[in-house]
Design a protein around this ligand. Structure first.
Ligand code: NAD
Length: 418
């Protein structure tokens, strides 16, 4: 076992939090039980790069219970829970390379510590590990079978790699499963992004104007939660269809240049860069709050914010206040990184139960069918998606109807009409 974590003495706090997550992740526990004896991942090394949270710990422990050797790093400099990392090292004897507040060099050193284990399978969130692995396959890639990708931005980066014929091993796009993006991105980020803003600022959302950039899965979830708190919500978009959906869901839709002057709170969730730049910041209200829920810290231009400012003050653990040359004050949460992971605890366990069931089953599938996949991005099987939804319903004690033979026939025939 090797590791690089902040403080081993935090392990007892981490252990309790992992137990808490486990008790809210019944699908993962059922998978753990199902595969712990047969150990389908025996003799395989899994190299992971995904936020080290209590929910990720449940995924890691499930993979380990199924026989895998684990080497894991964080996928964001500010998202590691140090107590969880400590528990995984101390209580489970796993190789974890992650701590909160790493420099860019330490972040990549941790990824390389994972790659040195020569993984058979990779689990990534944002594609940083997969891209670095591609640069060093000659050194570390002898065993590689395949990998998975957790988030929208990571899938986009890997599709770009595939489109230039540079993808060197098969990837399953876990994000694209319905039981992932329609729940994790919508309800998970929707709730936890608001949670992050509240923990950092404790402001009243009712009566405020919240500007949400992007009305995709994440933006939709955030907008509906902000509305539920009593905010007026303004959406900015570049996609006419998603803009129309936002309008018909009852939100105001405006270009960012106009929305800039209206917002009390801004939350970017586009996966795109430079969504809020200097020209927007200059128009903002006194005391506006800026935050980001997209994968990378490129959505709000921190460079522009710095250029426009005469000084910066720490107002709270995750809040920096920028005093602008024009006399205005603008508050930035969590350095413009994922607000739900930096200022709160990330997605609730219940929703990660489904995302990580998709991760686990995808890894099993890659391992069981090694050599039969091409170097392409694969979608999750519909059957797997339906199975996970069914397991989740059962864990919630919810029963649904099933089609009768007649209904099934009717749905698959063209003959019966008016
Ligand atoms: N914080 C988290 O825990 C978390 C969870 C899931 C996804 N993510 C990340 O959130 C981001 C969004 O994910 P998603 O699943 O909602 O993606 P999505 O593709 O469903 O939605 C993105 C939306 O942003 C819009 N958009 C793109 N560029 C824009 C711009 N310049 N201005 C305004 N709108 C723009 C797109 O038209 C689209 O409607 C990604 O980076 C993803 O990786 C974060």
């Amino acid at each position: 076992m090797e590791y690089r974590i902040k403080d081993k003495s935090l392990s007892s706090y981490g252990k309790k939090k992992i137990e808490w997550a486990e008790s809210h992740m019944p699908v993962m526990l059922s998978l753990q039980k199902k595969y712990q004896d047969s150990k389908p991942l025996k003799n395989l090394v899994i190299g992971g790069c995904l936020h080290v949270t209590k929910e990720t710990a449940v995924l890691i422990k499930t993979l380990h219970a199924a026989g895998a050797e684990i080497a894991w790093s964080g996928c964001n400099p500010l998202s590691t829970s140090d107590d969880i990392a400590a528990s995984l090292v101390v209580d489970d004897g796993l190789s974890i390379f992650a701590s909160r507040g790493v420099t860019s060099k330490e972040y990549y050193d941790d990824i390389y510590s994972v790659l040195k284990f020569k993984p058979h399978l990779t689990i990534d969130d944002g594609a940083d590990l997969t891209i670095e692995f591609h640069k060093t396959l000659n050194d570390y890639g002898a065993n590689i079978i395949g990998g998975t990708e957790e988030t929208t931005t990571g899938v986009m980066r890997l599709r770009a790699l595939e489109n230039t014929n540079k993808l060197q091993y098969p990837i399953i796009a876990v994000n694209d499963a319905e039981t992932k993006h329609d729940f994790d991105n919508v309800y998970g980020t929707g709730q936890s992004a608001l949670d992050g803003i509240l923990r950092a600022t404790n402001i009243l959302i009712a009566g405020k104007t919240v500007v949400v950039a992007g009305y995709g899965h994440v933006g939709k979830g955030i907008a509906s939660r902000a509305k539920g708190h009593g905010a007026s919500v303004v959406i900015t978009e570049v996609d006419p269809i998603n803009a129309l959906k936002a309008k018909m869901d009852g939100f105001m839709v405006k270009p960012m240049l106009e929305a800039s002057a209206l917002g009390d709170i801004f939350i970017t969730s586009t996966g795109c860069r430079d969504v809020i730049t200097g020209i927007h910041i200059e128009k903002m209200k006194y005391g506006a709050i800026l935050s980001n829920a997209g994968h990378f810290n490129v959505e709000i231009s921190i460079d522009d914010l710095k250029k426009l400012s005469t000084s910066v003050h720490n107002m709270n653990e995750n809040v920096e206040q920028f005093i602008l040359g024009n006399g205005n004050k603008v508050n930035l949460i969590g350095e413009g990184r994922l607000v739900n992971l930096v200022a709160a605890e990330g997605h609730p366990s219940e929703v990660m139960d489904m995302s990580f069931a998709n991760q686990f089953l995808s890894v099993l599938k890659l391992a069981a069918n090694r050599g039969s996949f091409e170097n392409k991005i694969y979608d999750i099987d519909r059957e797997q998606d339906l199975n996970i939804a069914q397991l989740k319903l059962e864990s919630m004690d919810i029963k649904i109807d099933s089609l009768t033979q007649n209904q099934n026939r009717y749905l698959h025939e063209y003959g019966e009409g008016t």
